[in-house]
Design a protein around this ligand. Structure first.
Ligand SMILES: C[S@@+](CC[C@H](N)C(=O)[O-])C[C@H]1O[C@@H](n2cnc3c(N)ncnc32)[C@H](O)[C@@H]1O
Length: 443
């Protein structure tokens, strides 16, 4: 089945086609296309969404499992994953319009979810925040798979055939593949009134053809649902498209951690990149409640135990510095007003703690990158593995760059504070890199 022939029933711009170039499939234009042109019109009925699925008899009887609050509720991602698996492996959903498009999904993905320990890509991520995030996500996915399997078994036991596939007919690896198809190809579509009116509803769905656009942060291509025709329109944006060019979509301001984890690629010099670090305000810290309250009053968005973002310009989040200042204080010396106390001593201690943590984090990443680079020579001929590794390397190098820049800023600040004297580290604050909200939705 050619990728382009399945779109023949859609209204597509005649210059556009889906094909692979240099091993990368995407949307390309054979001719110049003017700005603000309609590139495609996709009927809502051809999309894969919860609403579309629930209008199918097989899925409508599952709706009792879809209570958003119930303990046995099925998430939208789960529902779409089940449908994708059915489209790809059975004839049960042959009648839905989306069916042929699910068969075009890649067979493998390059997310760290799929990296095997000992592979170049996996080992390049050792010591990075992403490896920990990935492990958390994998644990979560495994639990979700077990829950889904038992829900579908429960459904099967209460209903006549056709039955949903369970156990060996829907193993974990098939679930993860289907789920990753949702992560990497899903789009949020707004349903609402006309121009200027508020969005009434937003639904996550896979829109055929739209799911073939690769990402570029430069792209002005955008899409919009039209209630008048029940179609999703894709527009070229304010700039024209050149003949022979790949046509991209902007997936949004996404850091490399999220691109690699949820889409399976990363970008060199990604302006949106950041590194998460975590300074736990754990149970058992003396005066924990008072310290959390003080920080929340100073920084209204402060959430204890949430990660702090380090950006590529090395800027230090004020709330991170304040937390480091407050953390070692005995409860009796906490101020009564909302100002977090700064003294030369507390400042030097806070900066020293951060410096030590950043040093250890960047060393871990650098060691892994060096070790893997040394092994590349021995891996001649494993081209596919090298391609996966390339995305992992870009991610890890960017993390290292951000950590090093931030470390430079911290050292400079510390030098100013101590006048160049080596201060003794007076606090022991464990700063760890940690997961970036593992089940965060993909934008
Ligand atoms: C929405 S799909 C785009 C179509 C996809 N290339 C295909 O062949 O089905 C998203 C996937 O495309 C790939 N992709 C998108 N943008 C990319 C980019 N800028 N560089 C490398 N791969 C990209 C990733 O594999 C991602 O998971």
């Amino acid at each position: 089945m050619s990728a382009s022939s399945v779109y023949s029933s859609f209204t597509l711009h005649p210059s556009l086609a889906v094909f692979s170039q240099d091993g990368k499939r995407g949307v390309y234009s054979s001719d110049d296309i003017e700005e603000n042109t309609v590139l495609a019109k996709i009927p809502l009925s051809a999309t894969l969404s919860k609403t579309q699925l629930l209008s199918h008899p097989l899925f409508s009887s599952l709706s009792s499992f879809l209570s958003p609050t119930g303990p046995s509720s099925l998430s939208t991602d789960d529902l779409l994953a089940v449908a994708i698996h059915l489209c790809r492996t059975t004839a049960l959903l042959d009648t839905i319009s989306f069916n042929p498009f699910a068969k075009l999904f890649p067979r493998t993905y390059k997310s760290p979810i799929f990296f095997a320990p000992g592979s170049l890509s996996y080992d390049a991520l050792r010591g990075t925040s992403l490896l920990r995030t990935t492990q958390v996500l994998q644990g979560q996915i495994q639990q979700d798979h077990e829950r889904l399997n038992s829900l579908l078994k429960q459904y099967n036991s209460l209903h006549e055939e056709p039955h949903f596939p369970v156990d060996e007919d829907f193993p974990l690896e098939c679930y993860v593949h289907s789920l990753f198809s949702v992560y990497s190809r899903g789009a949020d579509v707004n349903f609402g009134g006309g121009d200027g009116e508020e969005v009434v509803n937003r639904e996550r769905m896979i829109v055929p053809f739209l799911d073939m656009f690769n990402h570029s942060s430069e792209s002005e291509v955008h899409y919009k649902y039209s209630a008048d025709s029940s179609d999703i329109y894709i527009y070229s944006g304010a700039s024209p498209i050149k003949a022979g060019a790949e046509v991209h979509l902007n997936y949004g301001p996404v850091p490399n951690s999220k691109l690699l984890l949820f889409y399976g690629f990363s970008i060199q010099d990604n302006k949106e990149d950041f590194v998460d670090i975590y300074v736990p305000l754990q149970e058992g810290v003396p005066g924990r409640e008072e310290k959390a309250k003080l920080l929340q009053e100073t920084f209204p968005g402060f959430i204890p135990n949430a990660p702090f973002q380090l950006k590529s310009d090395g800027s230090l989040p004020c709330s991170l510095l304040s937390l480091l200042r407050v953390l070692p204080l005995p409860p009796s010396s906490l101020p009564s007003d909302v100002m977090v106390p700064i003294s030369a001593e507390s400042e030097a201690s806070a900066l020293s703690a951060l410096e030590a943590a950043l040093e250890s984090m960047s060393q871990n990443v650098a060691i892994s990158l060096l070790e893997v680079a040394g092994r590349i020579e021995d891996r001649e001929g494993v081209e596919e593995e090298k391609e996966d590794y390339e995305f992992a390397r870009i991610y890890a190098e960017s993390e290292l760059q951000i950590l090093s820049t931030t470390l430079g800023v911290v050292r400079e600040a510390k030098e100013k504070e101590t006048g160049g004297k080596q201060e003794e580290v007076q606090v022991e604050v464990q700063v760890e890199m940690v997961k970036e909200g593992a089940m965060e939705s993909v934008d």
